[in-house]
Design a protein around this ligand. Structure first.
Ligand code: BES
Ligand code: MN
Ligand code: ZN
Length: 494
């Protein structure tokens, strides 16, 4: 899909050649004397159109309008969520027809979040997965022109939104691929393919991971015939003196639960258990496009979680890279096991911040549903920045608690820590487990179990939280914070 930004008023939009014209109309939109303005004025007066969010009025071959298909889409007060639902509804209404070129015209003063919402919603509505459907037709809408009153004022928000679309669609693609088409090896190849220009990539295999002493990660991988991969991506957009942000993505390419096996119903959805990893790949794809002045490291521990004669058993005790021993009481709590070793590995980058992204717990789905990702951080500044980035990108998260008492249930007689506590507060106890391995730097954890994909008829990856992460990084590139001192927690292994 191609994108273009243009300065257009309603008169200009009416004259523009395209297959469909979508006019986003907030309450109190300024109208002129052109054909589009008078049509709009008539429709409003007659009560055939209301500028409420999600309300549509469609017409065909309208006098004075160059585009054969016209959709007026109400956007309420013009807030980003309203613009988003207006464009989603309008794009869904036209996408079934022979529509390749769409013009979305914003009949409102330029606002960064509204411009972003336009681009992201149009891309979201027109996305089609085709990789394992060779006969599928694919995406209809090939070109999106966004018309605003002042293109110069919208330029940077537009560029960020286009980069976000590239990243989100990369994340959707890898999330959606069937688990036999998205193995750890495939993810490693996808990461390698991103390594151009400012992006470098290194992919470690079982021998190198063993040498690093990643005993927790290896324990999860040992029940699978697919070889594990540990992916290290780097984007160097700022001077070397600037400490990087490290993103760690959970890359379980299929989660059966292992010996603590999951029930059969909807188990196919556990192909999405690598959506954290997919979001890291997506962010790097977006960085390649946007080229912000930040340094970013991406870490992806990737393997399958399978039951097998060699699989790890409930009760097994393993030694993590940090030196801490872990009693694996439930093999289905595997995400935290692969992440904890990646969090220890992250120390070597002396990071400004580490953010892990994981489809970690069913409990987070119960707590927050599919609207907001769970966000955990002991660092108020980092938590505030992530919350703000989510709000601005319309990729929402919600801060969850990390009180010390939540870690009580992780105590065991047989190791430094157990990998599960009771059922109560399951998303928080998982975060408390990870917190033990992230003491050397400012850290945040995003539990995307509820937000990374949709179930049912709309089954598919959402590409979240690429939008949030890109907004966070773009904001960092403006702020350019100084590196915080790092102290190592790495213990010598026995
Ligand atoms: N990948 C799952 C989490 C998950 C489950 C995400 C359902 C989305 C929907 C994770 O590995 C897992 O199995 N977690 C367990 C943890 C439990 C054993 C403490 C869970 O949530 O049930
Ligand atoms: Mn699991
Ligand atoms: Zn899992």
């Amino acid at each position: 899909m191609d994108f273009e930004l243009k300065t257009l008023d309603l008169a200009g939009a009416a004259a523009e050649k395209c297959d469909a014209l979508i006019v986003v109309v907030p309450e109190g939109a300024k109208l002129g004397k052109d054909p589009l303005s008078s049509l709009l004025a008539h429709a409003l007066k007659a009560g055939d159109f209301e500028p409420k969010a999600g309300k549509l009025l469609q017409s065909y071959r309208t006098a004075g309008i160059a585009a054969p298909r016209l959709v007026l889409a109400g956007a309420g007060e013009g807030a980003a969520t309203e613009v988003r639902s207006a464009v989603l509804a309008a794009a869904n209404a036209v996408k079934a027809g022979p529509v390749k070129r769409v013009l979305v015209c914003l009949a409102a003063p330029v606002r960064d979040d509204a411009v972003r919402a336009c681009v992201l919603a149009a891309a979201d509505a027109s996305y089609v997965y085709t990789t394992t459907k060779p006969k599928a037709e694919g995406r209809r809408i090939q070109r999106l022109v966004v018309g605003v009153s002042d293109a110069a004022a919208a330029r940077s928000a537009f560029a960020e939104a286009v980069a976000a679309v590239r990243g989100i669609e990369t994340a959707k693609e890898w999330g959606n691929r069937p688990p036999n088409h998205a193995t750890p090896t495939h993810l490693g190849q996808a990461a390698k393919a991103l390594a151009k220009g400012a992006i470098k990539c290194q992919v470690l295999g079982p021998a190198e991971v063993a040498r690093l002493g990643m005993g927790a990660f290896m324990a999860v991988a040992q029940g699978s015939h697919e070889a594990l991969r540990f992916i290290v991506l780097r984007y160097d957009g700022a001077p070397k003196t600037q400490a990087p942000t490290v993103l760690v993505g959970k890359g379980i390419t299929f989660d059966t639960g292992g010996i603590s096996i999951k029930p059969a119903g909807e188990m196919d959805e556990m192909k999405f258990d690598m959506c954290g990893a997919a979001s890291v790949l997506g962010v790097f794809r977006a960085l390649a496009e946007l080229k912000p002045s930040v340094n970013v490291v991406g870490l992806i521990p990737s393997c399958e979680n399978m039951p097998d004669g060699r699989a790890v058993k409930p009760g097994d005790v393993v030694t993590s890279m940090s030196g801490q021993t872990i009693e694996i009481l439930n093999t289905d709590a595997e995400g935290r096991l692969i992440l904890c070793d990646a969090l220890t590995y992250a120390e070597r980058f002396k990071p400004a911040a580490v953010i892990d992204i994981a489809t970690l717990t069913g409990a987070c789905v119960i707590a927050l549903g599919g609207v907001r990702s769970g966000m955990f951080s002991p660092d108020d500044a980092l938590a505030g920045a992530l919350q703000a980035a989510g709000d601005q990108a319309q990729d929402l998260c919600w801060r969850m608690p990390l009180d010390a008492e939540y870690a009580e249930g992780l105590k065991t007689h047989f190791a430094d820590v157990a990998n599960v506590a009771g059922r109560a507060g399951g998303a928080i106890t998982a975060a408390k487990f990870l917190q033990r391995f992230s003491q050397a730097y400012p850290w945040a954890h995003l539990d995307i179990a509820g937000t990374a994909w949709k179930s049912g008829g709309a089954k598919g990856a959402t590409g979240r939280p690429v939008g949030l992460l890109l907004r966070y990084l773009a904001a960092q590139s403006v702020a350019a914070p100084a590196a915080k001192p790092v102290r190592s927690t790495r213990r010598k292994s026995a």
